[in-house]
Design a protein. Structure first.
Length: 244
Protein backbone atom coordinates (compact mmCIF):
# COMPACT_ATOMS: atom_id res chain seq x y z
CA UNK A 1 0.00 0.00 0.00
CA UNK A 2 3.02 2.31 -0.05
CA UNK A 3 2.26 3.51 -3.57
CA UNK A 4 -1.34 4.38 -2.72
CA UNK A 5 -0.26 6.15 0.48
CA UNK A 6 2.30 8.28 -1.36
CA UNK A 7 -0.21 9.00 -4.12
CA UNK A 8 -2.69 10.16 -1.47
CA UNK A 9 -0.03 12.41 0.08
CA UNK A 10 0.74 13.98 -3.31
CA UNK A 11 -2.96 14.41 -4.12
CA UNK A 12 -3.64 15.96 -0.72
CA UNK A 13 -0.61 18.23 -0.94
CA UNK A 14 -1.67 19.39 -4.40
CA UNK A 15 -5.24 20.18 -3.31
CA UNK A 16 -4.32 21.80 0.03
CA UNK A 17 -1.55 23.94 -1.48
CA UNK A 18 -3.87 25.04 -4.29
CA UNK A 19 -6.63 26.11 -1.90
CA UNK A 20 -4.18 27.71 0.50
CA UNK A 21 -2.25 29.80 -2.00
CA UNK A 22 -5.34 30.84 -3.93
CA UNK A 23 -6.98 32.03 -0.71
CA UNK A 24 -4.05 34.19 0.38
CA UNK A 25 -3.34 37.56 -1.20
CA UNK A 26 -0.19 37.09 -3.25
CA UNK A 27 0.82 40.67 -2.45
CA UNK A 28 1.28 39.61 1.18
CA UNK A 29 3.99 37.11 0.20
CA UNK A 30 7.64 38.03 0.32
CA UNK A 31 9.64 37.31 -2.82
CA UNK A 32 11.22 34.18 -1.25
CA UNK A 33 7.73 33.15 -0.13
CA UNK A 34 6.36 33.43 -3.65
CA UNK A 35 9.32 31.48 -5.06
CA UNK A 36 8.86 28.74 -2.46
CA UNK A 37 5.11 28.53 -3.14
CA UNK A 38 5.61 28.34 -6.90
CA UNK A 39 8.31 25.67 -6.60
CA UNK A 40 6.20 23.64 -4.15
CA UNK A 41 3.19 23.81 -6.45
CA UNK A 42 5.42 22.83 -9.39
CA UNK A 43 6.82 19.82 -7.55
CA UNK A 44 3.37 18.63 -6.47
CA UNK A 45 1.99 19.18 -9.96
CA UNK A 46 4.78 17.01 -11.37
CA UNK A 47 3.77 14.46 -8.74
CA UNK A 48 0.36 14.16 -10.40
CA UNK A 49 2.00 12.98 -13.60
CA UNK A 50 4.21 10.60 -11.62
CA UNK A 51 1.08 9.04 -10.10
CA UNK A 52 -0.39 8.65 -13.58
CA UNK A 53 2.88 7.22 -14.82
CA UNK A 54 2.98 4.57 -12.10
CA UNK A 55 -0.61 3.69 -12.92
CA UNK A 56 0.35 3.18 -16.58
CA UNK A 57 2.81 0.51 -15.43
CA UNK A 58 0.22 -1.03 -13.07
CA UNK A 59 2.38 -0.06 -10.08
CA UNK A 60 -0.21 1.66 -7.88
CA UNK A 61 -2.55 -1.26 -7.25
CA UNK A 62 -1.16 -4.25 -9.15
CA UNK A 63 -4.01 -6.52 -8.06
CA UNK A 64 -6.79 -4.04 -8.83
CA UNK A 65 -6.32 -3.05 -12.45
CA UNK A 66 -9.51 -1.01 -12.85
CA UNK A 67 -8.95 1.11 -9.73
CA UNK A 68 -5.28 1.50 -10.62
CA UNK A 69 -6.12 2.99 -14.04
CA UNK A 70 -9.00 5.02 -12.63
CA UNK A 71 -6.59 6.78 -10.25
CA UNK A 72 -4.13 7.29 -13.10
CA UNK A 73 -6.82 8.86 -15.26
CA UNK A 74 -7.71 11.33 -12.50
CA UNK A 75 -4.03 12.19 -12.01
CA UNK A 76 -3.21 12.98 -15.65
CA UNK A 77 -6.58 14.68 -16.04
CA UNK A 78 -5.75 17.07 -13.20
CA UNK A 79 -2.23 17.46 -14.54
CA UNK A 80 -3.14 18.72 -18.02
CA UNK A 81 -6.60 17.45 -19.02
CA UNK A 82 -4.77 14.60 -20.77
CA UNK A 83 -6.51 11.53 -22.13
CA UNK A 84 -5.23 8.67 -20.01
CA UNK A 85 -5.60 6.08 -22.75
CA UNK A 86 -3.65 8.20 -25.26
CA UNK A 87 -0.98 9.03 -22.68
CA UNK A 88 -0.66 5.37 -21.76
CA UNK A 89 -0.29 4.34 -25.42
CA UNK A 90 2.38 7.01 -26.00
CA UNK A 91 4.33 6.05 -22.93
CA UNK A 92 4.39 2.35 -23.73
CA UNK A 93 5.49 3.28 -27.25
CA UNK A 94 8.37 5.18 -25.66
CA UNK A 95 9.41 2.07 -23.74
CA UNK A 96 9.27 -0.10 -26.86
CA UNK A 97 11.27 2.25 -29.08
CA UNK A 98 13.45 4.54 -26.91
CA UNK A 99 15.27 7.18 -28.97
CA UNK A 100 13.91 5.86 -32.24
CA UNK A 101 11.62 7.46 -34.82
CA UNK A 102 8.59 5.79 -33.24
CA UNK A 103 9.44 7.17 -29.78
CA UNK A 104 6.94 9.98 -29.00
CA UNK A 105 9.27 11.34 -26.29
CA UNK A 106 12.23 11.75 -28.63
CA UNK A 107 12.99 14.55 -31.09
CA UNK A 108 12.03 14.17 -34.76
CA UNK A 109 15.56 13.42 -35.91
CA UNK A 110 15.95 16.81 -37.58
CA UNK A 111 15.05 19.48 -35.04
CA UNK A 112 17.29 18.37 -32.17
CA UNK A 113 17.54 21.69 -30.32
CA UNK A 114 16.16 21.30 -26.76
CA UNK A 115 13.43 23.90 -27.36
CA UNK A 116 12.22 22.19 -30.56
CA UNK A 117 12.37 18.85 -28.77
CA UNK A 118 10.34 20.31 -25.88
CA UNK A 119 7.66 21.60 -28.25
CA UNK A 120 7.45 18.21 -29.95
CA UNK A 121 7.26 16.54 -26.53
CA UNK A 122 4.28 18.74 -25.59
CA UNK A 123 2.53 18.13 -28.90
CA UNK A 124 2.75 14.39 -28.44
CA UNK A 125 1.04 14.41 -25.04
CA UNK A 126 -1.16 17.52 -24.95
CA UNK A 127 -3.78 17.34 -27.66
CA UNK A 128 -6.07 20.15 -28.82
CA UNK A 129 -8.81 18.77 -26.61
CA UNK A 130 -6.44 18.98 -23.63
CA UNK A 131 -5.61 22.60 -24.43
CA UNK A 132 -9.29 23.45 -24.67
CA UNK A 133 -9.93 21.66 -21.39
CA UNK A 134 -7.10 23.52 -19.66
CA UNK A 135 -8.22 26.90 -20.99
CA UNK A 136 -11.78 26.16 -19.95
CA UNK A 137 -10.77 25.07 -16.47
CA UNK A 138 -8.43 28.01 -15.93
CA UNK A 139 -11.02 30.43 -17.28
CA UNK A 140 -13.73 29.04 -15.00
CA UNK A 141 -11.40 29.22 -12.00
CA UNK A 142 -10.43 32.80 -12.80
CA UNK A 143 -14.05 33.85 -13.33
CA UNK A 144 -15.17 32.25 -10.05
CA UNK A 145 -12.34 33.81 -8.05
CA UNK A 146 -12.78 37.24 -9.62
CA UNK A 147 -16.29 37.37 -8.17
CA UNK A 148 -14.96 37.41 -4.62
CA UNK A 149 -11.22 38.16 -4.79
CA UNK A 150 -9.59 41.32 -6.15
CA UNK A 151 -6.65 40.75 -8.52
CA UNK A 152 -7.54 37.08 -8.72
CA UNK A 153 -5.62 36.73 -11.97
CA UNK A 154 -2.28 37.18 -10.17
CA UNK A 155 -2.96 34.19 -7.91
CA UNK A 156 -4.10 32.02 -10.80
CA UNK A 157 -1.02 32.94 -12.83
CA UNK A 158 1.41 32.40 -9.95
CA UNK A 159 -0.01 29.27 -8.38
CA UNK A 160 -1.77 27.52 -11.27
CA UNK A 161 -0.42 28.55 -14.68
CA UNK A 162 3.24 29.04 -13.74
CA UNK A 163 3.55 25.71 -11.87
CA UNK A 164 1.96 23.95 -14.84
CA UNK A 165 4.51 25.42 -17.27
CA UNK A 166 7.46 24.81 -14.93
CA UNK A 167 6.28 21.25 -14.30
CA UNK A 168 6.22 20.49 -18.02
CA UNK A 169 9.77 21.86 -18.26
CA UNK A 170 10.81 19.77 -15.25
CA UNK A 171 9.41 16.58 -16.75
CA UNK A 172 11.01 17.31 -20.09
CA UNK A 173 14.46 18.34 -18.86
CA UNK A 174 14.98 15.80 -16.09
CA UNK A 175 12.71 12.99 -17.24
CA UNK A 176 13.25 13.10 -21.01
CA UNK A 177 15.99 15.35 -22.36
CA UNK A 178 18.86 14.63 -19.98
CA UNK A 179 18.32 10.84 -19.79
CA UNK A 180 17.80 10.46 -23.56
CA UNK A 181 20.16 12.93 -25.23
CA UNK A 182 22.15 10.25 -27.02
CA UNK A 183 22.68 7.93 -24.05
CA UNK A 184 20.10 5.27 -24.76
CA UNK A 185 19.70 4.97 -28.54
CA UNK A 186 21.86 2.19 -29.99
CA UNK A 187 23.50 1.62 -26.60
CA UNK A 188 20.26 0.72 -24.80
CA UNK A 189 21.20 -2.83 -23.72
CA UNK A 190 24.66 -1.80 -22.52
CA UNK A 191 23.44 1.23 -20.62
CA UNK A 192 20.62 -0.67 -18.97
CA UNK A 193 23.01 -3.43 -18.00
CA UNK A 194 25.40 -0.94 -16.42
CA UNK A 195 22.52 0.68 -14.55
CA UNK A 196 24.00 2.43 -11.54
CA UNK A 197 27.31 3.25 -13.19
CA UNK A 198 25.50 6.08 -14.95
CA UNK A 199 25.05 7.81 -11.60
CA UNK A 200 27.45 10.46 -10.37
CA UNK A 201 29.91 8.76 -7.99
CA UNK A 202 31.00 12.13 -6.53
CA UNK A 203 27.64 12.63 -4.84
CA UNK A 204 26.98 11.37 -1.34
CA UNK A 205 24.25 8.78 -0.95
CA UNK A 206 21.83 11.22 0.67
CA UNK A 207 22.80 14.04 -1.67
CA UNK A 208 22.20 11.78 -4.63
CA UNK A 209 18.83 10.65 -3.26
CA UNK A 210 17.62 14.21 -2.56
CA UNK A 211 18.74 15.48 -5.95
CA UNK A 212 17.10 12.55 -7.69
CA UNK A 213 13.86 12.97 -5.72
CA UNK A 214 13.41 16.70 -6.06
CA UNK A 215 14.41 16.95 -9.70
CA UNK A 216 11.96 14.34 -11.00
CA UNK A 217 10.84 11.78 -8.41
CA UNK A 218 13.87 9.59 -9.28
CA UNK A 219 12.92 9.28 -12.97
CA UNK A 220 15.86 11.37 -14.10
CA UNK A 221 18.88 9.94 -12.38
CA UNK A 222 17.47 6.40 -12.33
CA UNK A 223 15.92 6.53 -15.78
CA UNK A 224 17.91 3.59 -17.23
CA UNK A 225 16.83 1.46 -14.28
CA UNK A 226 13.22 2.40 -14.93
CA UNK A 227 13.54 1.26 -18.55
CA UNK A 228 14.98 -2.02 -17.43
CA UNK A 229 12.49 -2.56 -14.61
CA UNK A 230 9.29 -0.63 -15.51
CA UNK A 231 7.27 -2.50 -12.88
CA UNK A 232 9.34 -0.98 -10.07
CA UNK A 233 7.44 2.03 -8.60
CA UNK A 234 9.17 5.40 -8.49
CA UNK A 235 9.90 5.39 -4.75
CA UNK A 236 11.77 2.05 -4.98
CA UNK A 237 14.06 2.97 -7.86
CA UNK A 238 17.00 4.20 -5.73
CA UNK A 239 17.13 1.04 -3.58
CA UNK A 240 16.20 -1.53 -6.20
CA UNK A 241 19.85 -2.02 -7.28
CA UNK A 242 20.51 -4.26 -4.28
CA UNK A 243 17.83 -6.67 -5.47
CA UNK A 244 18.71 -6.73 -9.16
Amino acid sequence: MTGIFLAAVIFAGWVVSLLLFLSVDSASFSVPGVIFAVLLRTFLHTGLFVIGHDAMHQNLLPNHRRINHWIGAIAVGLYAAISYSSCCANHHQHHRYPEQTRDPDFHDGTHTHPFCWYVKFLREYIAVSSILGLLGGWGLLLWGMSQVVPMAWSRVVLFVLLPFVLSSVQLFVFGTYLPHRGKLGPQVPELLRLGDRTLNPSQTQWGQWLWSFFTCYHFGQYHPRHHRFPRVPWYRLPSFREKC
